[in-house]
Each structure stands twice: as C-alpha cells, then as structure tokens.
Write a protein of this length. Structure first.
Length: 399
C-alpha cells in the first residue's frame, strides 16, 4: 500500500469533523464557527458557511445527497440543503457533540452532553431522549433500524428508531475509557452487523448488534480520535494522538501508515466508492490522499494465488475453480507458486521468514494427483516447509 498526497490546505481552526457529499464531489469541514465547503477534485475552497455562533463540532450528510446537518457548541443543529442553504434550526440544552443521518429513512440523530434527538422531514418536532452520560459519537446500522451511541462513561447504548435502548455494552475501564469513535461496518457481505469501537483506554474492539464481543481487544499505543471503514468495510482507518492515520484490517490488524501529520488527527474518512482518504487535524490542516494497492499474485501449474485484504491469500484451482484461503498476519507483499505439489509460498515484508501452506489431504490421503478428486471438495491449506523454487506468472524467482 502506498499513499500519495493529492492536495492539502490549512484552515485557521481545528478540523473537528468532515463529511462527504454522497457523490464524492464536495467535502464539508467543521472548522471554528464555520463550515468550509471544498471541491474534492483539486482542493478548491468553494464557500464558507456561516450560521453558528460558536465552534462547530460535527457535520453529517444524508445518504440521498439532499441535505446535510451541523451541530455546534451554541447548542443548535442546522439543516442545510445541497445548494448550501440553511433551511431549519433546532436546539438542545447543551452543546451538540455528534450528528448522524439514518441511511434508509434519512432521520437525523443529534446528540449532546445530556440527551439525543431524532428529527425527520415528516415531523414538525424533535423527539428527545435523556442520556446517562455525555454522548461523544453515534452511528446507524446499514438497515437504519438501530443507532449506536458512544458515551464518555465507557458505555455503548444501542437504540431502536424510536430511541428505546435495546442493548447496553459496558467497556472495561468505565469513565477511564471514554468511547471516542464508533462505526458500523458498511459491508453487505457480513452475516452480522459489526460495530467498530475506539476508546481512550487505547483499545479497538468489535461487537455484534446483540452486544457480543467479536475476538479480543486490540491494544493501541495512542488515544484514538476517529475510526471509519474504507472500501466497503474491507479496511479500517484510525487516527488520533499519534499524529498519523493508519490502515488496519477489518479485524484490527495494523497494515501501515496513510499519512503522518504535525498534530493530533481529529477526523479521517474515505471518499465514497473510491480509494481516496481525507484527514483533518488539530492544527487546521486538511490532507487528501490517494491509496494505491499493488496487485500481489502468483501462479504454479494449475494453482493461482492472490492477496486478499492485504494479509490473506486465496488459492484457486484453475481447473475446478475451487478456492481455499490462508491467513498470513503480516502484510503480504508477494505471493509465489511453490515448486512442490499443491504448495504455495508467501514472501512477507517482515524479516526473512518464508512461510508456506500445503493443501490438506482428505481422508488421510497424502496427495491429490487427479483434478477430478477435487470436485465437490473444499480446498484447505496447512503450514508446510518452504524454500522451493517458484514462478511468479512466468518469471522465475528463488527464495
């Protein structure tokens, strides 16, 4: 993975939040008491928007692209049209910490230090619900049925569309581990809704909608300020007090650095349906990167291997078209067909290790020599000794 800086600009104030117009043509920034609207193609500042009387903390765009909303320390929420016109304002009793649009109904959730509100174009009033702690972040599920609230006391509250609490998740550490950023995985291929959670106990964790944790906590060495998914849920972007944005697998394994900054990273997001990433910092810097992923693949006889999600390898039998998967935790930079029957070796970027995997025989058989034996069977690979000559799509290479 390689990150190329496309453009950069600097505002007078901290970049508290960012939101893309769904078609990716515009970028809305919350900086100081104004919203800044940028052209994503070249970084041109199109227009500053004035409407709030104090610092703007959050901004969110509706998925239909017709409206976006901003929340401020002045305790107000402003609804704007895609033509950059303010059309509605309502207030809470405290500063607005975060806003999020329902991806299906376009209902707006706005959260403050003491409550959260639900507003939709069809209703005249805002439905408000009390909160036991300051709400720092919020995120809707893909189907728009549930809203997750991340709180300062280390609790994640999952509510239905009517605001009723259905699931309560208590993170270890309580108020010592404020929930600073959350995001549901947007992938349609996942069997369950998966919530990524970044807290100031310097941990990343993952939960199902039921509240059941997936795997173990992933330890960080910094305070995370923003977490978001990249390329339809395949990767995660994470930034914070370490002054950089890093790319992780969807399981929380760090892959590399997107861009180093000079101050804390407050917000980072991927441009919709693209390989571009925007980063907003405490010192007002806004950076726009393009991520370039090289193709990693290898061929040996009737076996074709290719990289998946940066750390996994898919091995396909070209005759039967069946596939098997291996997992290599470090970042895979080269995949090579091994010069042994049914083997595939992988070159990793760390050290001089050359792990390899060998197809696991069924029913105690030592080898499958006839492709017909594979029909109706699953391809499965197990560790095997490496150090064999191989061919990378016709080019000879030796370990």
């Amino acid at each position: 993975m390689r990150a190329v800086l496309t453009w950069r600009d600097k505002a007078e104030h901290c970049i508290n939040d960012i939101a893309f117009k769904p078609d990716g043509t515009q970028l809305i920034l919350a900086a100081g008491s104004r919203l800044l609207v940028y052209d994503t193609s070249d970084g041109t500042l199109l227009q500053p928007l004035k409407g709030h009387k104090d610092t703007v903390y959050c901004v969110a765009y509706a998925k239909d692209g017709k409206r976006f909303a901003s929340g401020s320390a002045d305790k107000s929420v402003i609804i704007w049209t895609s033509k950059l016109e303010g059309i509605l304002k309502y207030t809470h009793n405290d500063a607005i910490q975060c806003v999020s649009y329902n991806p299906i109904t376009h209902q707006l959730a706005s959260c403050s230090s003491s409550d959260f509100g639900l507003w939709s174009p069809e209703q005249k009033s805002v439905s408000k619900h009390k909160s036991s702690s300051k709400i720092i972040c919020c995120s809707w599920t893909n189907d728009g049925q549930y809203l997750a609230l991340g709180m300062f006391n280390g609790i994640i509250s999952i509510r239905n569309k009517n605001g009723e609490e259905k699931v309560k998740i208590e993170r270890p550490g309580g108020s010592l581990s404020p929930i600073w950023s959350i995001c549901w995985n947007p992938s349609r291929e996942e069997r369950n809704d998966i919530l990524a959670v970044a807290d100031w106990g310097q941990k990343v964790s993952f939960y199902q909608l039921s509240g059941k944790q997936i795997g173990k906590d992933r330890a960080l060495n910094f305070d995370p300020c923003c977490i978001s998914y990249f390329t339809k849920g395949e990767y995660i972007l994470l930034g914070g007090s370490d002054k950089q944005v890093s790319l992780f697998t969807k399981d929380g394994v760090r892959l590399g650095t997107v861009g180093e900054q000079n101050s804390w990273v407050w917000t980072c997001q991927a441009k919709p349906d693209s390989n571009y990433v925007v980063v907003g910092c405490q010192d007002g810097t806004i950076s726009f990167y393009q991520l370039i992923f090289s193709t990693v693949h290898g061929l040996y006889k009737d076996r074709y291997a290719y990289r998946d999600s940066m750390t996994d390898v898919i091995v396909q039998h070209l005759i039967t078209e069946q596939k098997g998967e291996t997992a290599a935790v470090p970042v895979l930079q080269r995949s090579e067909g091994a010069g042994v029957a049914d083997g595939v070796s992988h070159s990793l970027h760390q050290g001089d290790r050359w792990p390899s995997w060998k197809r696991r025989p069924l029913s105690g058989a030592e080898e499958w020599t006839d492709p017909e034996d594979l029909r109706g069977q699953s391809l499965c690979y197990r560790p095997a000794e490496a150090g064999h000559s191989c061919a990378l799509l016709g080019h000879e290479c030796l370990p």
